[in-house]
Design a protein around this ligand. Structure first.
Ligand SMILES: *Cc1c(COP(=O)(O)O)cnc(C)c1O
Length: 486
């Protein structure tokens, strides 16, 4: 049977067939109308499939195979760090003492969980070079907003209310200007130069007494390390602004460079990227934020503190921006990140970065003869190619991405960053073997050849997936998430 013909659960439905067996009722039977008010009772029976347990097992297993994840194949989605999530993380997150506690439990009964959170904060402080860390934010974008709200509170506490602008490079992730806007700032764009780095002249031009902060990713979204970083943070500081580090690319600098040492005042980390929380399905993330000393009073509350008697949450923080999330952050993801950090150790984390950078450079050099390489220099953990050459032959970057699906790969990030035409942003990560990298490279080379010799095969791809090309706008605006009987 080919994949497409796998019957779906509603098609298998056979009236009267059941997939469960329950023991005989051992309590008096009641009439449902006597216990539930009629307003709450359904009028019509729902149309549910009637199938056996085996049918339903096969249904969900078949659906799971239609998906692509790191555990099923290579996933070089640039900026997203789709690396392997070690399974020991899952084991630890499932420990009773972590999985079955409640956030409203008395602190004295969850000291182990609090210790883990405290230690994780300590490790993140050391890794980033910051003075204090909060685990509350639920994701990177949430961390950005939290950090900007703290910067806002800091300026306000200094009666410095004219600082209404946040500077963001043109290569920035879309969440940066979005977070700045939601935090009540106006976004100013600073240009990148020919070399892909922030143009210092342009930065000097846009900075001023109205600058609240500069938001920066380093290495930036082109995979390039901002060589003038100390000069840049100095330019902002001497104008009275703060510097925000978007830590989504931390995989490129672990144990090598620290945002705190580069002059940054605030940093968020994406634990679900660099520190192996499973992600990609929109599940829970974790975006801790680290700050330098002068921003500590503004941290979200409660703040976890360690005393002689143990760990406890401190609520009396008059300058705090308040809570940014119910309870204390996505604890389960934090357990996974903690497990990862402890099992890797400092040398392991250093090796992560070294291998991530070597893998990216190897792939970039091998693909350079076949695709345009807009920035021909060493990259960090990811690199960008341009599909300009292929576009002239009628094959767009979108077509290349679709064709990769036929080879069983998740495509790279495409059309981002915005400042590179027909952009493909590739992040192989450190957890992939040379054999996997080579196989992907061969697929890309084959696609480049097909583009010259037989472009239709690329233009009409994918050929092997359950559905071929979707109307992407319609799929995003009006997704069909339920089975629909024909
Ligand atoms: C992923 C990413 C973000 C946003 O992080 P989320 O955890 O997805 O909210 C911000 N900036 C960059 C550069 C990213 O890659």
């Amino acid at each position: 049977m080919n994949k497409q013909d796998q019957p779906l659960i509603f098609e298998l439905s056979n009236p009267g067939r059941i997939g469960y067996s329950l023991p005989d009722l051992d309590v008096p039977e009641v009439n449902i109308d006597d216990v539930i008010p009629s307003d709450y009772l359904r009028v019509e029976e729902p149309e549910l499939p009637e199938v056996s347990e085996l049918d339903i097992m096969r249904h969900y297993t078949a659906l799971s195979k239609r998906n692509h994840g790191v555990d099923s194949g290579f996933y070089p989605l640039g900026s997203c760090t789709m690396k392997y999530n070690p399974k020991i993380n899952e084991n630890v997150a499932r420990y009773n003492g972590f999985a079955h506690i409640h956030p409203l439990q008395d602190e004295s009964t969850v000291q182990g969980a609090l210790e883990l959170m405290y230690d994780l904060q300590e490790h993140l402080k050391e890794i980033t070079g910051m003075d204090e860390v909060t685990l509350q934010p639920a994701a990177g974008a949430h961390g950005e907003w939290t950090g900007l709200m703290m910067i806002r509170a800091y300026h306000e506490a200094n009666y410095d209310t004219a600082r209404t602008k946040v500077i963001v490079p043109d290569s920035a992730h879309g969440t940066n200007p979005a977070s700045a806007t939601v935090a009540g700032f106006e976004t100013i764009t600073v240009k990148s130069g020919e070399d892909g780095l922030v143009d210092l002249e342009d930065l000097r031009r846009v900075v001023g007494p109205d600058t609240a902060a500069l938001m920066l990713t380093n290495p930036n979204t082109l995979g390039l390390f901002e060589e003038n970083i100390l000069e840049m943070t100095e330019i902002i500081h001497s104008a009275g602004g703060k510097v925000y580090y978007d830590g989504a690319n931390l995989n490129a600098v672990l144990s090598k460079a620290r945002p705190g040492d580069m002059g940054f005042d605030v940093v968020h980390l994406n634990l679900h990227k660099t520190f192996t929380g499973p992600h990609g399905g929109g599940g829970p993330g974790s975006g801790p934020v680290g700050v330098k000393a002068d921003l500590i009073p503004f941290l979200p509350k409660p703040v976890l503190v360690k005393t002689e008697e143990g760990y406890h949450f401190e609520y009396n923080r008059p300058q705090s921006i308040g809570r940014v999330k119910p309870y204390y952050g996505n604890f389960g993801i934090n357990v996974r990140a903690y497990t990862y950090i402890r099992s890797m150790g400092p040398d392991g984390l250093k090796a992560v970065t070294e291998n991530a950078v070597i893998n990216a450079n190897y792939m970039m050099r091998r693909l350079a003869p076949y695709f345009d390489l807009p920035y021909d220099k060493h990259c960090k953990h990811e690199f960008v190619l341009s599909g300009r050459r292929q576009k002239k032959l009628g094959v767009r970057t979108l077509d290349i991405a679709k064709r990769l699906l036929d080879f069983g790969y998740h495509p790279p990030t495409i059309y981002f960053p915005l400042n590179v035409e027909e952009c493909m942003m590739i992040e192989p990560t450190e957890t992939e073997s040379k054999e996997t990298l080579d196989a992907f490279i061969e697929a890309m080379i084959q696609i480049a050849k097909e583009t010259e010799e037989n472009p239709e095969i690329v233009q009409e791809a994918p050929h092997t997936t359950i559905v071929s090309r979707l109307d992407e706008t319609l799929a995003a605006r009006k997704p069909v998430l339920r089975f629909q009987k024909q």
